[in-house]
Ligand binder design. Structure first.
Ligand SMILES: *Cc1c(COP(=O)(O)O)cnc(C)c1O
Length: 378
């Protein structure tokens, strides 16, 4: 007798669809027979500079240790983070990417009786981890594509255990300033944990800058998560972390896997934190590339959502899927975000100037192709 294993999976998992990552270069190369060297990927908000030379050197230095388990406490990395950000090592929880930490948080604090609040168009991992543990996700309608913080606070009920806020948000790039975040935290009961996901905080500059860490003392229910995958350029190695009260960190550290950050990732992350030049260059290339894309979108008459991250969501119209396909055929990978409920937008990561040019040219060509195929169309 055959068993329906699908029906054996826990309920939340049965209905789960896996996270859709950006298409890898090798996959597109296999599918369309393109030379991998001719493909550009602007689909996963990766750092276009390549890894920091300090990180690379640190990785080479520890290669002989691959036969040993990593330092499960991440001593050096926690020291480096603590020194850089003025926190105590006991406030830090390391993760296999911050994704890992987000999942650990959900597993520690929510169960099938809980509600978890997040925003429409927010990072896809929030509903995913919520559903995986069988909790009820409460998606609050966005305001101008950004988090409607007041409405989110209003969505908190007796059953709410967690609220996820991405600031800046992915895929929309929207951001809230310090005042708005504080006003929001004031509205949230202390028994409800707030996860402030600052995956892109290193790109924030000037007045808009919000530093979740400065709020930790005042709001003990706050957990700030950050990552080495974006501005620090180490997406492949999987290193992220949260900073919270030591009490919350202690709970998270019970549930995370003991060796969730490997030796190479620990070494690279520790080293890159002292590479201030790399960070400055990441910011500068991003700011310049953002202008380049905005200018191009304006010239092409395309609406976009002003972004505080290292990516931008552009409205290419009803035929976004076709445009995406035409881009792929030209060896340009961006991210369609219909799965986020944004079927007209493509999310494009900021690349090097020449990559941005190539994307812009390919996009213009795709728009022309569609216009030629349907001259009366939109
Ligand atoms: C990219 C991203 C992350 C983290 O990714 P990791 O590589 O797992 O650290 C977290 N939150 C948001 C909003 C992101 O865009």
């Amino acid at each position: 007798m055959s068993i329906d294993y699908q029906s054996l999976a826990v309920k939340g998992v049965q209905a789960l669809s896996p996270y859709q990552p950006g298409k890898p270069i090798d996959e597109l190369s296999r599918e369309l027979g393109l030379n991998p060297g001719s493909i550009i990927k602007l689909a996963s908000n990766e750092n276009p500079l390549g890894p920091s030379s300090k990180a690379l050197a640190a990785v080479r230095d520890v290669l002989d240790e691959l036969c040993r388990y990593p330092d499960g406490n991440g001593f050096d990395l926690k020291q480096a983070l603590a020194a850089r950000y003025g926190v105590k090592p006991s406030q830090i929880t390391l993760g296999n990417g911050s994704n890992d930490v987000l999942e650990v948080i959900a597993r520690c604090f929510a169960d099938p009786t809980s509600e978890v609040v997040f925003s429409q168009y927010a990072f896809a991992v929030y509903p995913l981890v919520t559903q995986a543990i069988g909790a009820t996700g409460v998606s609050v309608p966005a305001k101008d594509y950004g988090h409607d913080l007041e409405a989110m606070a209003g969505a908190v009920t007796e059953r709410t255990k967690l609220v996820f806020v991405a600031n800046p948000n992915n895929p929309t790039g929207t951001v809230h300033g310090a005042e708005a975040i504080e006003a929001f935290l004031d509205l949230i009961p202390a028994r409800v944990l707030v996860v402030l996901d600052e995956a892109y905080c290193e790109y924030l500059q000037g007045d808009g800058y919000v530093d979740g860490l400065s709020l930790l003392e005042r709001y003990p229910n706050l957990i700030v998560t950050r990552t080495f995958s974006k501005a620090w350029g180490l997406a492949s190695l999987r290193a992220g972390y949260s900073i919270s009260s030591p009490e919350i960190a202690n709970i998270l550290n019970r549930v995370r896997q003991p060796f969730n950050v490997d030796t190479l990732a620990l070494a690279a992350a520790t080293a890159v934190l002292s590479d201030e030049q790399y960070l400055q260059r990441s910011r500068a290339v991003n700011a310049q590339g953002m202008k380049q894309l905005e200018t191009a979108f304006n010239e092409l008459g395309l609406d976009y959502i002003p972004s505080a991250g290292n990516f931008i969501a552009v409205d290419v119209g009803e035929q976004a899927a076709e445009i995406n396909q035409l881009l792929l055929e030209q060896g340009v990978i961006v991210r369609p975000i219909a799965g986020y409920g944004m079927p007209r937008h493509l999310r494009v990561s900021i690349g090097l100037p020449e990559e941005n040019d190539r994307f812009i040219e390919s996009l213009a060509r795709a728009l022309d192709t569609l216009a030629a195929a349907d001259p009366g169309g939109v």
